[in-house]
Design a protein around this ligand. Structure first.
Ligand code: NAD
Length: 494
C-alpha cells in the first residue's frame, strides 16, 4: 500500500478539502509508487492564504537575526539528512544521486547564506536636504508570498525562495510541482523541526491550473515567485498583473556553448558533455546548442560522439549510471516530437534520437543522449526549449558570428564560451544577451550566493540567489525624522 501524504496548513498536516489524491511514481520504474498526495482545491489555497496572513502579523515582528537562526537550523538538519533526502529526490525525479546530493547542498548553502543575511538586510541612510532631519530607508517584508516551483531542482529552487523570504519576514503558500511533492514535504518537515511557527509556511499540493492559479488570483497573496516554463509564466504574470502583485518569473532557456578555434578542446568536450546531458538535459541552464567554429567542427563532433555514447543510462540511484530518465511520459513524447521536427527540417541526427528501452530501462521514461549536426540557427530545434538530452550543433565562422547566433533566440538565461583569448572572452561577456555568462566552464553550475536569472523571455527582471533575491522579497520604506521643532517643507524651503 503506497504511503499517503498531506498538505500542511496552519501547523496541521491535512488532506485536501474534497479528499482527492494524485499518484507520484518513480520515473525510472513506473511500478514504484512513491505515494498519494492531496489534489487540492481553491478552498485549500483560501485557507492557507488566510492563515499565512494571520501568521504574518507576528512573524514580521520577530527580529530578522532570529528568523535567520531558523534557516541556520534548517541547514544543519539538511546536512544531517543529506543522503536520505538525495535518495528521496532521485526516486521521485530521476537524476543521479551525485546530482541530487548537489541539489540538497545548494539548499544547505542557501540556508547558511540567508541565516547571515538576517544580520544585514541593509538599507540606505542619506543626508536630508533640510537641517535637523534624518533620512533612513528600510527593507520591510511584502507579506504573504505564493511560491510555485518546477520539478527539476526540487530542493534548491524552493529553498532559494523560502529561506530569503522567511528571513525578510514574509509568510508562504507553497505549491510544488506535481512530479516532486515528496521532496517539498521533506523541506516543510525540516522547517518545522527548525522551529518555524505555525502558519508561516503552508504547503498546498495539486494541479497548477487549480492550486497554482488560485495562488495567483488570491488577493491576500501579495507576491508570487514562479519558476517554470515561459508558457506558464506568462499566464502567471497576467493573473498577478491584474491584482498588481509582485511577480518574479524564472522561465525557460536555450543556452549555447561556443567553442572557438583556440579553446582547450578537452575542457570544452567535458563542458558540453556535462552541460548537455547532466540532469538528462532537464535544467533550465542545460546546454541545448553547441556553436562550433567550422574549422574544428568535424574533429570535435567525432570526439563528442565517442564520449556521449559511453554515458550509462539507468536508475539514478544506482552508482555508475550517468544519465537518469526523463521526468514523465508527456515530456518524453515532447522530446520525440522535437526530434522528429529536427529530422524533418534537415538536421542530421548523429547520435541517439530514440528511446532507451533495453533491459532494466523498459519501465522508465528513458531517452538516449541525442546530437544533431547541420542545425540552422533559425530552425525549430535551435530556437525552442526541448528540455531533454538533445544537443543542436551549429557552425560559426567567427566570434562575432557565434555571438549573433547565441543572441538569435527569445531566451537569455545562460551561456558559455571556450577560448584562451582574453579579449574574445571579455567581448562575449559584454555582448551576449544573458543573465549568466561562463568562460571556460559549462552553461550549468550556478553558485548559491550569486544572482540567478535571465533576460528576454527567460525572466522579468528579478533574480533569485544571493543578495539580489532580497529585492524581490522586500519593499522599501522611507522614513523621515524631523528634529528641528518647526514645520520644514521639502523643496519649498530649499
Ligand atoms: P511548468 O511551467 O509546466 O510548471 C511549473 C509550475 O507551474 C508547476 O508547479 C505547475 O504545477 C505550475 N503551473 C502550471 N500551470 C499553472 C497555472 N495556470 N497557474 C499557476 N501555476 C501553474 O514547468 P515544469 O515542466 O515544471 O518545469 C520545466 C520548465 O521550468 C522549463 O521551461 C525550465 O526551463 C524551467 N525552469 C526555469 C528555471 C529558471 O530559474 N529560469 C529553473 C528551473 C526550471
Amino acid at each position: 500500500m503506497a504511503q499517503k501524504f498531506q498538505n500542511y496548513i496552519d501547523g496541521i498536516w491535512c488532506d485536501s478539502s474534497d479528499g482527492e489524491h494524485f499518484e507520484n511514481r518513480n520515473p525510472a520504474n513506473w511500478d514504484d509508487i512513491i505515494g498519494h498526495f492531496p489534489l487540492s482545491t481553491a478552498a485549500d489555497v483560501e485557507r492557507a492564504a488566510n492563515c499565512a496572513a494571520e501568521a504574518f502579523k507576528s512573524w514580521r515582528l520577530i527580529p530578522a537575526p532570529h528568523r535567520g537562526d531558523i534557516c541556520r537550523k534548517a541547514g544543519d538538519i539538511m546536512l544531517r539528512r543529506k543522503a536520505e533526502i538525495a535518495a528521496i529526490m532521485t526516486r521521485e525525479m530521476g537524476k543521479t544521486i551525485t546530482e541530487t546530493l548537489g541539489d540538497v547542498q545548494e539548499g544547505i548553502d542557501t540556508a547558511f547564506y540567508c541565516a547571515t543575511e538576517g544580520r544585514r538586510l541593509f538599507g540606505y541612510n542619506t543626508p536630508s536636504e533640510l537641517p535637523n532631519k534624518l533620512n533612513l530607508s528600510f527593507r520591510v517584508p511584502v507579506g504573504v508570498c505564493g511560491l510555485i516551483t518546477p520539478w527539476n531542482f526540487p530542493m534548491a529552487i524552493p529553498t532559494w525562495n523560502i529561506f530569503p523570504g522567511l528571513v525578510a519576514g514574509n509568510t508562504f503558500v507553497f505549491k510544488p510541482a506535481e512530479d516532486t511533492p515528496h521532496t517539498a514535504n521533506i523541506l516543510v518537515e525540516i522547517l518545522i523541526e527548525a522551529g518555524l511557527p505555525k502558519g508561516v509556511l503552508n504547503i498546498v499540493h495539486g494541479a497548477g491550473e487549480v492550486v497554482g492559479a488560485a495562488i495567483t488570483e488570491h488577493p491576500l497573496i501579495r507576491a508570487v515567485s514562479f519558476t517554470g516554463s515561459t508558457k506558464t509564466g506568462r499566464i502567471v504574470a497576467q493573473a498577478c498583473g491584474k491584482l498588481t502583485k509582485h511577480v518574479c518569473l524564472e522561465m525557460g532557456g536555450k543556452n549555447a556553448q561556443i567553442v572557438m578555434l583556440d579553446a582547450d578542446m578537452e575542457l570544452a568536450l567535458n563542458g558540453v558533455l556535462w552541460g548537455a546531458f547532466g540532469t538528462t538535459g532537464q535544467r533550465c541552464t542545460a546546454t541545448s546548442r553547441l556553436i562550433l567554429h567550422e574549422d574544428i567542427h568535424d574533429t570535435f563532433i567525432q570526439q563528442l560522439i565517442g564520449r556521449a555514447e559511453k554515458l550509462k543510462l539507468g536508475d539514478g540511484s544506482i552508482e555508475g549510471n550517468d544519465v537518469g530518465p526523463i521526468i514523465n511520459q508527456k515530456q518524453r513524447e515532447n522530446i520525440e516530437r522535437y526530434v522528429a521536427i529536427g529530422k524533418k527540417e534537415g538536421a542530421i541526427c548523429v547520435l541517439g534520437g530514440e528511446r532507451a528501452e533495453d533491459g532494466d530501462l523498459k519501465k522508465g521514461w528513458f531517452y538516449k543522449p541525442t546530437i544533431f549536426t547541420g542545425v540552422l540557427p533559425n530552425s525549430t530545434i535551435a530556437q525552442q526549449e526541448i528540455f531533454g538530452p538533445v544537443l543542436s550543433v551549429i557552425k560559426c565562422n567567427s566570434l562575432a558570428n557565434a555571438i549573433e547566433i547565441t543572441n538569435s533566440v527569445d531566451y537569455g538565461l545562460s551561456s558559455s564560451l571556450y577560448t584562451k583569448n582574453i579579449n574574445d572572452a571579455l567581448l562575449a561577456v559584454r555582448d551576449i544577451e544573458v543573465g549568466i555568462c561562463y568562460i571556460n566552464a559549462p552553461t550549468i553550475g550556478a553558485e548559491a550566493h550569486m544572482p540567478f536569472g535571465g533576460v528576454k523571455s527567460t525572466g522579468n527582471g528579478h533574480r533569485e540567489g544571493g543578495w539580489a533575491v532580497f529585492d524581490f522579497y522586500t519593499e522599501w520604506k522611507s522614513v523621515y525624522l524631523d528634529y528641528s521643532g518647526h514645520l520644514q517643507r521639502a523643496q519649498i524651503d530649499n
